[in-house]
Design a protein. Sequence first.
Length: 194
Amino acid sequence: MAYCSNCGFPLPEGAEYCPNCGAHVGRTPIPQQPPAVSVGRIIQAGVLGAFISVMISSLSSQSIQLYFIPSFISSILVIFLFRIKRLEEAVAVAFSVYLFADAILGGIIFGSLYVENISLSEAYRGYMLTFIDVAAIVFNPISALISAYLGITLIGGGVKGERREGVGYGPEGEKEPSGGIIYSTRVDSHSHKI
């Protein structure tokens, strides 16, 4: 059991003020997390982001290799549009955008090769893997994490913790921003009455 540091009175569970002397006990409310986003909404955001990524890729020039940039941009955009505020949910959305975009682009590439009856070895004959190709593939998951962080930072979400204050009620129905139950009455210093 906790005791008041001012008068030594035993404190009820969860008290922020002493019921005997009215001194602030010093407990701070636990910050609340934003409500969790459903898995279906994360998948919706991932699919939308993947289609945006595919559109960015298809609108770019054939001579320019964009690597992870379309997925990076669309992840940030989708996290912002869906107002995702928790880092773990933003990471799930970013990775689903990357995964779905790679799957769609792979399906388009391999499907077009199949329709044209071109083998994979024929299509990539003479292609030499460069250091930039390898570095971009290795950086892909890291860029997904960065896009998740940037996406929630744009909307002021959960990395630093969205500051939400609980609301308790004090005497005469006034709201107390500290968020607990008030066990004592407020004393007016100019009056002899409590």
